[in-house]
Design a protein around this ligand. Structure first.
Ligand code: SAH
Length: 226
């Protein structure tokens, strides 16, 4: 069946033009306002992070399959989470859910020093190769690990971003934040979550919901059962 593709015209453009259109139409027009985030999204080639057969859809307004049953998040969601994380150059950021490495690349482009944990062994070398090809390899450490309880060895983290859905906010992640640090995490049952921002103030944590989202499940001790 030949399905209508709302973004077909985009796929005929060159990647640079498609990326610029993505930033204007999907991000700026929908309220992403942080100019540095818009610059990062306009600079990091998303087409380098999707499988060959999905390349024509790299700048589509949707999540895309990247193999092993996993997805690269919708561009808007990557931009929104990055904006909410409020990354400053030199920040030490923990990402849980490496996937394609695209989110890590955006954070590294913003000057963050990123540690990203993934649990799909076959995706890790691919993500590493992409980051190295873009010259971002030195800013990103990628490890195969269950990150559902964070990375205590690296505390305190200026920011933690979880790019998979958690049934509840793991206490371990709150505890691993630096004072003033931010945790951005989709929280809720499989199939529908609320994007949530947790900010640490000393021994207190504030929580702010930021709309609905849908992520693949976080699997492990702090997440769902496999
Ligand atoms: N941030 C990615 C997309 C993440 S998809 C990108 O930019 O492409 C969600 C990822 O979370 C999947 O790859 C999945 O394997 C991973 N994941 C799920 N549970 C995990 C856990 N406990 N620790 C680390 N990664 C996990």
């Amino acid at each position: 069946m030949d399905r209508w593709r709302p973004n077909r015209w985009l796929s005929r453009q060159d990647p640079d033009a498609a990326r610029a259109a993505m930033v204007a139409d999907q991000l700026r027009a929908r309220g992403i306002a942080d100019e540095r985030v818009l610059q990062a999204m306009g600079a990091v080639p998303r087409d380098a992070f999707v499988p060959d057969d999905a390349r024509r859809d790299a700048y589509a307004d949707e999540a895309l399959p990247i193999g092993a049953g996993q997805t690269i998040s919708q561009p808007y969601m990557v931009a929104l989470m990055t904006e909410l994380l409020d990354v400053r150059p030199g920040d030490r950021i923990l990402e849980i859910g490496t996937g394609s490495g695209y989110q890590a690349a955006v954070l590294a482009w913003l000057g963050a020093r990123v540690t990203t944990l993934g649990r799909q062994a076959r995706l890790i070398p691919e993500a590493r190769a992409r980051l190295e090809a873009l010259g971002l390899g030195d800013s990103v450490e990628i490890r195969l690990a269950d990150g559902s309880l964070g990375d205590p060895a690296g505390v305190p983290w200026d920011g933690i971003i979880v790019t998979a859905a958690a049934p509840a906010i793991p206490d371990a992640l709150r505890e691993q934040l630096a004072d003033g640090g931010r945790l951005v995490i989709p929280v809720g049952p499989r199939g529908r979550q609320i994007l949530t921002v947790v900010t640490r103030h000393g021994q207190e944590w504030t929580e702010r919901p930021d709309g609905a989202c849908v992520f693949v499940p976080l699997i492990g001790a702090g997440g769902f059962e496999a």
